[in-house]
Design a protein around this ligand. Structure first.
Ligand SMILES: NC(=O)c1ccc[n+]([C@@H]2O[C@H](COP(=O)([O-])OP(=O)(O)OC[C@H]3O[C@@H](n4cnc5c(N)ncnc54)[C@H](OP(=O)(O)O)[C@@H]3O)[C@@H](O)[C@H]2O)c1
Length: 373
């Protein structure tokens, strides 16, 4: 069957290759974990989303092949349909729609208790990213433990399950950490970034009843500003209004969800957070980026204001479930809005070069995904 893969370490090595079609009895990553007897699920891939991580893997900035080979099948944002289940799978049946989590457990205590998203080991085992093949293929098999059901009514948004899990986890982490305050009832949020992560976070914070300001660079109106506003948020171009001016005008935010991919924005956010507030960092910033900040001022304000910084990456099945619930709730509250994020469908795995071109070159591409079947 067809698969889209890279040769880790070799820039621009994305290619189509032929790999064996998996069987229910296969062990997809025996070097990491084994599927218990009877718990395997075979999935026909319907759609796979791509993001900056796939672009950077193709640029050979990270990613490693599973042991014993030199290629890595890419794709970590999965959506598919169950075509066969093992004898001990009770939670899924043939025909169900599913997404599958990304990380597989290592050996730390966190991995053992099902929290591989916060593993304390340096090495991550992530399907389509590091040491485990991904989903950009026609079929895959994995443990039912890692499959999350997507309601049939939500199948048009199923490919957003993984990005939604990232946002749901990051927001939940902030709320959990803020239990330190005993009473915390945030009213105002700034979401920095209006890519897929910023927009889904905007939706989730609106669903929690917050007044949300979604900040990015380009002045609206355009698709991203329209989506943010259709969720009931206010879109702000930082070319027109600075973070400080916005905070002065509307009040300081109780929560800042940072998702720009820009290291300076991560630190500038610290300058405007409200007393007792929570800043959530989700950006993954490669390379080196030096900036000048008034460290004494920030430190003083943060200590005297009891402020909190939470960082969040990845998500386990609980976060996928939360993300899918939020997508469902969002669809009820803001019908038809979220599908506007899905801007650039690519027909079939054969068009992998077009997929990569859109991801690298097309600045209008909010979400690129491959319609595999
Ligand atoms: N933590 C995790 O598990 C996880 C998972 C997935 C992704 N991520 C990371 O999350 C970040 C966002 O992902 P994405 O896919 O949504 O990215 P994206 O599509 O590239 O969106 C980035 C957004 O940030 C805005 N932006 C860039 N620089 C800015 C600045 N200086 N000030 C204000 N806005 C700025 C852009 O504005 P314009 O729209 O005006 O260009 C755009 O809206 C990335 O760093 C990604 O690697 C993290």
């Amino acid at each position: 069957m067809k698969a889209v893969a890279v040769l880790p370490g070799n820039p621009n090595s994305v290619h189509l290759r032929d790999i064996p079609q998996p069987q229910l009895a296969d062990q997809p990553h025996p070097h990491v974990c084994r599927i218990p007897e009877g718990r395997a699920v075979l999935v026909k891939v319907l759609q796979v989303g791509v993001d900056a991580t796939d672009r950077e893997i193709n640029e050979a900035l990270y990613g490693n092949a599973p042991p014993g080979g030199n290629h890595l099948v890419i794709g970590h944002e999965s959506f598919g349909q169950v075509i066969e289940v093992g004898s001990k799978v009770t939670e899924l049946k043939v025909g169900d729609y599913v997404s599958c989590t990304v990380r597989r457990p290592g050996g730390s205590l966190f991995d053992v208790i099902g929290r591989n998203d916060i593993t304390s080991e340096e090495t991550y085992y992530e399907r389509g990213i590091n040491l485990c093949h991904g989903y950009m293929t026609e079929y895959f098999v994995d443990d039912a433990e890692y499959m999350v059901k997507v309601p049939v009514q939500l199948k048009h948004l199923g490919v957003l399950s993984e990005p939604a899990s990232v946002c749901a986890k990051a927001i939940e982490q902030a709320y959990l950490a803020q239990q330190r305050l005993q009473v915390w009832n945030p009213k105002r949020a700034f979401v920095m970034g209006s890519g897929q992560i910023g927009l889904l976070a905007t939706m989730m914070l609106r669903l929690r009843g917050l007044e949300v300001y979604t900040l990015a660079t380009k002045p609206g109106p355009h698709r991203k500003s329209e989506i943010a506003e259709a969720y009931g948020a206010t879109y702000v171009s930082m070319k027109q209004t600075t973070l400080h001016d916005l905070a002065k005008k509307v009040g300081r935010p109780d929560i800042i969800f940072e998702a720009t991919g820009n290291a300076e924005a991560c630190f500038r956010a610290m300058e405007v957070l409200n007393l007792n507030g929570a800043l959530v960092w989700t950006s993954i910033t490669g390379g080196s980026h030096k900036i000048e900040i008034d460290a004494a001022k920030i430190n003083l304000e943060w200590v005297l204001g009891n402020k909190l910084l939470v960082s969040s990456v990845n998500g386990n099945r609980h976060h996928f479930e939360l993300g899918i619930q939020a997508l469902s709730h969002g669809e009820m509250m803001y019908p038809g809005v979220t599908k506007r994020i899905l801007t650039h469908p690519v027909p079939g795995l054969d068009n992998y070069q077009e997929m990569m071109r859109l991801l690298v070159e097309d600045k209008e591409a909010l979400k690129v995904f491959v319609n595999v079947a």
